[in-house]
Design a protein around this ligand. Structure first.
Ligand code: MG
Ligand code: MG
Length: 268
């Protein structure tokens, strides 16, 4: 499979898609509080995306043999790592809530995720969120033209030593398809893997657990949980590799204008 290089026109489309994902997550952040159901968050996101002439990217997304994903968001609470299906669960004080959103606008995809803490989540979960958030930004810093995918994975893995770094799922290229080449694992060996060139667009998305790195998929075919029931965090940015270095296409600003990060940021 080939890694598609984007030209300036395509990058402009991707900046727009990325910005819309950020704004959608900001709209969701505004209504995030104990008592709200994950289905209600999903409705807010879907309405917002459609009001901006875009389509939800995850809704109807299907991988071989699975029934299509039903939501605009993946809402993954506590021990759910990713791909949580929005439903009747009402969020509670102390929940660690990862929200992943994808859109398609003018033929180009946007994809970003943020982990929220609902009130007091405890020092361990705060450390988990902080490590994951910092690992994302260290991974981005490693996404220099001429570097390789293994440099990103190594940077993420190194920051998350002591936590469980999920291996079964990875970041990915993005563009006119939600998932393109190359795969961007969260573990890696420096100097190994596909080369990052100017015009490559990827999603970097560490998925990090408080306990074991092992995960299990639920009977619904989508929901990925930690194998030991420990909590998990997930942050995701879309990045374009440029001649001068990585450009972060998505933004958490719309989120962090409304809610405090679930830790005291020291990096990012
Ligand atoms: Mg995502
Ligand atoms: Mg992604």
């Amino acid at each position: 499979m080939i890694i598609r290089i984007k030209d300036q026109r395509e990058l402009d489309h991707m900046r727009a898609s990325a910005d819309l994902v950020g704004r959608t997550l900001g709209a969701v952040a505004r209504v995030l509080e104990p008592g709200v159901t994950t289905a209600a968050l999903d409705r807010v996101a879907e309405r917002f995306v459609r009001a901006h002439d875009a389509e939800p990217a995850f809704k109807g997304y299907s991988i071989s043999g699975l029934k299509p994903f039903p939501g605009t968001l993946c809402v993954s609470v506590n021990d759910v790592v990713v791909h949580g299906i929005p439903g009747g669960y009402a969020l509670q004080e102390g929940d660690v809530v990862s929200i992943d959103c994808g859109v398609r606008l003018n033929g180009y995809y946007g994809d970003s995720a943020y982990t929220f803490g609902l009130g007091a989540i405890g020092t361990q979960a705060r450390a988990l969120c902080q490590a994951t958030y910092e690992a994302l930004h260290l991974g981005i810093k490693a996404a220099q033209p001429g570097n390789r995918v293994g440099d990103i994975g190594h940077a993420v893995q190194r920051r998350c030593a002591g936590f469980g770094v999920v291996r079964e799922l990875a970041g990915h290229g993005i563009g006119t398809r939600l998932h393109e080449e190359p795969q961007v694992p969260n573990v890696g060996v420096p100097g190994r893997g596909k080369r990052l060139r100017s015009g490559v667009t990827i999603c970097i998305e560490p998925m990090i657990n408080l306990g074991t790195h092992r995960v299990a998929t639920s009977a619904d075919g989508w929901t990925v949980r930690t194998a030991d029931g420990a909590r998990s965090a997930h942050y995701e940015h879309m990045v374009a590799i440029g001649d001068g270095g990585p450009e972060i296409l998505t933004t958490f600003d719309y989120i962090e204008d409304v809610v405090e990060p679930p830790f005291t940021a020291t990096y990012g």
